[in-house]
Every structure is written in structure tokens, then in C-alpha cells.
Design a protein around this ligand. Structure first.
Ligand code: DX5
Ligand code: ZN
Length: 215
């Protein structure tokens, strides 16, 4: 199980220390949320923040862009050290745009993810799975940390697992929102590859045990 701690819940006063702490505890990814205040009613990390953290850790930079203009923003983050750039299908207008974003990001040598909000069905994105590296299932409405896990994510993960295995694809399945030891276990049983967790991990003295509980 890959763990991707979401630094939305980290302490901005000592962000580097928080990242280095989870790195020392053996996680593989760091989840970096980008919000534009338009696609979601909140703002979060920026390109300057990515520039600031990249030199200080060796984790995979898992960048989740919750923005209205994923093509432009995706290129920017790809050029500033992102390893994965995951954009929202709901922010695109048609298939041509989706393919344009995937191709451009791959040209820039980053891995590409597509994210779906809780009310978006998996069927709408199955056709893209052979073309991408990651599918991110949102298990809360994007925009804020600390929300309650929406159970319908479980069936989406099961459908994706089956489709990916049946078609011999290498796309990873990631889930984001409301992940703790209980909901994480359910996602694991459904076949998820990557658990994103923010408020369950950061700010707790027993963060090591919490990470272990997600594995
Ligand atoms: C929400 C973000 C998540 C958020 C998860 O829009 O995409 O990455 O940090 O936070 P928790 O784990 O607290 O639900
Ligand atoms: Zn996220």
C-alpha cells in the first residue's frame, strides 16, 4: 500500500519538518493540493510552495490540481517538479481537451492522473484508463480537509480494480478524502493502490502508528 500524506493538513509554520517527518516514517508520496478558489471554493498551495518544498525531500510529488484551467496549470506544475499531475475530469469540456492535457503532460515527462468527484461516475472515465498513470477517486467533495468519507467511493474502486485487472492496465488507483484506519481498510479491500490521508496523520503525536495502521 502506497501512502500519500496530504500536506493540506500539515502545519504551514513548519511544513518542511512535517514532510521530512513522514519521509522518515517511510511513506512514498507527498500529496500536494492546488485549489484556485473557482473550481473549488477554497485556495491552497501554489507553484511557489512547490518550489519551496521540492529541494527538501525525496518523496514522489503527487500534485492534485483542483482548478478550472487544468491544461495551463498542469503544465506549470509539471515544469516545477511535480511527478504526478492529477486533474479533474469535471474541469474539462470534451474528450479532445482531455486528450490534449494527457499528451502535453506526458510530453513534459510527468505521470498523469484524472480525478473524479463523488457525483461523477467511473464509467465516464474508463476509456481514458489505458492512457493515464493514475485514477484519483474523491471520497469527499474536493476543497477541504477533515470531511467525512463518502461510502460510494468503495464501489467505484471495485469497478476500477476489475477493469484495470481485466484489461491488464498499469494505472494506479488512489483515493482521497476522509481516510483513516477504518475507511482505509475498506478501500484496501476494494483494491486501492494509494491512500491519501491528511487530518488523520498530521498534528498527531502517534503519527507513526497511524501510518502503520494504513498499511
Ligand atoms: C480535499 C483534498 C484532500 C484533503 C484530504 O479537497 O483533495 O487531499 O487534504 O484531507 P483529509 O484526509 O483530512 O480528508
Ligand atoms: Zn487531494
Amino acid at each position: 500500500m502506497i501512502i500519500s500524506p496530504s500536506i493540506l493538513a500539515a502545519n504551514k509554520q513548519h511544513l518542511i519538518e512535517d514532510i521530512q517527518l513522514v519521509e522518515s516514517l517511510g511513506v512514498e508520496f507527498i500529496h500536494f493540493d492546488v485549489m484556485d478558489g473557482k473550481f473549488v471554493p477554497n485556495t491552497s498551495y501554489t507553484i511557489e510552495d512547490l518550489d519551496y518544498i521540492v529541494p527538501h525531500h525525496h518523496l514522489i510529488n503527487d500534485v492534485h490540481i483542483m482548478v478550472e484551467n487544468p491544461y495551463e496549470v498542469g503544465i506549470e506544475f509539471a515544469n516545477h517538479g511535480a511527478d504526478y499531475v492529477t486533474f479533474h475530469i469535471e474541469a474539462t469540456k470534451d474528450e479532445a481537451e482531455v486528450l490534449k492535457i494527457i499528451n502535453k503532460l506526458h510530453q513534459l515527462k510527468v505521470k498523469v492522473g484524472i480525478s473524479i468527484k463523488p457525483n461523477t461516475s467511473v464509467e465516464t472515465i474508463l476509456k481514458y484508463l489505458p492512457l493515464i498513470d493514475l485514477i484519483l477517486v474523491m471520497s469527499v467533495e474536493p476543497g477541504f480537509g477533515g470531511q467525512k468519507f463518502i461510502e460510494s467511493a468503495i464501489d467505484k474502486i471495485k469497478t476500477l480494480r476489475q477493469y484495470i485487472d481485466q484489461n491488464n492496465l498499469s494505472c494506479l488507483i488512489e483515493v482521497d478524502g476522509g481516510i483513516n484506519n477504518i475507511t482505509g481498510q475498506k478501500c484496501k479491500d476494494a483494491g486501492v493502490d494509494i491512500l491519501v490521508a491528511g487530518s488523520y496523520l498530521f498534528g498527531h503525536d502517534d503519527i507513526k502508528e497511524r501510518i502503520d495502521s494504513l498499511r
